[in-house]
Design a protein. Sequence first.
Length: 320
Amino acid sequence: MKAAWYTENGGPEVMQYGDLPDPEVQADTVVIAVEWISIEGGDLLNRLVSPPRVTPFVPGYQAAGRVVEVGSGVTRFRAGDRVIGFNWNGSHTSLFAVPEKYCYPVPDDLDLKAASTIPVAFGTASDALFEFGRLQPGETVLIQGAAGGVGLAAVQLAAKAGATVIGTASSDARLDRLREWGLDHGINYREQDIAKVCRDLTAGKGVDMVLDMAGGKGVSTLLQALRYRGRYEVIGAATGDTPRFEFFELIRRSATVHAISFGGEMHTPRAHALIASIARRMARGDLVMPIERVFPLAEVVEAHRFVAEGHPFGRVLMQP
């Protein structure tokens, strides 16, 4: 099979591309002939900071394609089925082997390109907003990093749930683009004080919820934007730096902090039902994930570098 891999941590330049042996098929394995690979934030973070368990190490959480082989214990899928696959690594390849519990059917009226973006981005955003955050209609949510994949999913889901959506991005142009997805108020974090704008927009009260996709960068400012008894949802990180909450700052606000790891629950019936619901909504056009660029898998170094440095709007995909 064709694959991208690395043997040591580092920047995009550590990635290699070529031929590796086809995956071994265990009893619970579903093997997917990959058509679309969605590059997730965790793919880059793992390459930077998580020592590979085995070498060569094929990274990647998520891809969509058609089933070509199943293990003896698989009951829900058969060859030819259109599916999205998730695993803790292995998507950067032409043959993606996933446990059956991490395989999700794709509706006939949804194309695989769009489907490849669903589980991590939309599942994570939904859990942050609703499963943990308990967002209610009429509440105000601040989305830090609104132009990324999870951010764009969160903007749409929050807006359609009746919330007022405030989002941050690195430029006015990106904020203008976000308005078509449901953004009510934009904050250029390079030029504006996030806490002050949020306080002004909420008559001094502060926002009901913060979704932090930026790994705690400016966490003190984000907490200052949060109302008393507000909810702070910790979602993503761009680097291996360890952010810290000021203990008494949390106490003064009686703030609730939730750490979101949708991957830890993606095998559950609840997660399967959520992903199926999102897929149906995407099929009828209710939810959309913009695709900034598509790279051949052979250009994995360039693809990873673009995701890390190019500030893509939405997702970046690869094709084997």
